[in-house]
Design a protein. Sequence first.
Length: 41
Amino acid sequence: MSASINGKPLTGRHVALMLAAFFGLMFAVNGAFVYFALGSY
């Protein structure tokens, strides 16, 4: 069983990049929340 996106096979590199992008986004959003929380304290 293989997953595909737009007919291209989903490789380990794609999964790693998606995981890195997800956690990068989470760190950025959390950093913004901390910045605004400390600014309004």
